[in-house]
Unconditional design. Structure first.
Length: 182
């Protein structure tokens, strides 16, 4: 759990780099929203990405894990930054198995019983993370926690809990919107 000061610092950084947008948006899930959290904008901003990595790494240091996982595309820069911050190896999870080159669903080395924590940019219902959890478990690895930069509080916590996976948000959408005066 991160402190309220850390959350406020992250919210300011997300706002400052233009990751928080207001208007009419259609989300990946197909739902409509009056706000959009563009974490890819934050991931391409070195100071914001470094802050995200520092805050996620402080949580990870308290967890016994072997690999930092990131779901393509949004989780990749975040997981990479967290891997650099923690010194833990990186595992990237493709959305589908690649049938050419070296093939496979993963980039990196995961072996049976490895403990993996996933990093995600934004969670809504948790669909892409749930898909990645299935692939990780199918490979014989263990996953019990997912860290997301922003949880939109639209079912991901509950959906992941059904899989015995805890969602840990660095910030919740309600906290973000409250600080942005909406």
């Amino acid at each position: 759990m991160i402190s309220s000061n850390d959350k406020n610092e992250l919210i300011k950084s997300l706002e400052g780099c233009g990751a928080v947008k207001f208007g009419d948006f259609t989300l990946t899930s197909g739902k409509k929203s009056k706000y959009y959290i563009d974490i890819k904008k934050a991931s391409s901003n070195p100071s914001t990405l470094k802050l995200i990595a520092k805050q996620a790494a402080s949580m990870i240091k308290k967890i016994d894990i072997d690999l930092i996982g990131g779901v393509a595309l949004g989780g990749v820069p975040i997981a990479t930054a967290v891997s650099l911050e923690t010194g833990l190896p990186l595992l990237l999870i493709r959305k589908a198995t690649k049938d050419y080159g070296t093939g496979g669903r993963f980039v990196g080395d995961a072996t049976k019983d490895d403990r993996i924590i996933l990093l995600e940019d934004v969670t809504t219902s948790g669909g892409s993370v749930i898909e990645a959890i299935g692939a990780i478990r199918e490979a014989g690895c263990i996953i019990e926690k997912v860290i997301t930069v922003v949880d939109r509080e639209d079912g991901a916590t509950e959906n992941l809990a059904e899989l015995d996976v805890q969602l840990i948000p660095l910030v919740r959408a309600s906290e973000l919107l409250e600080k942005c005066n909406l």
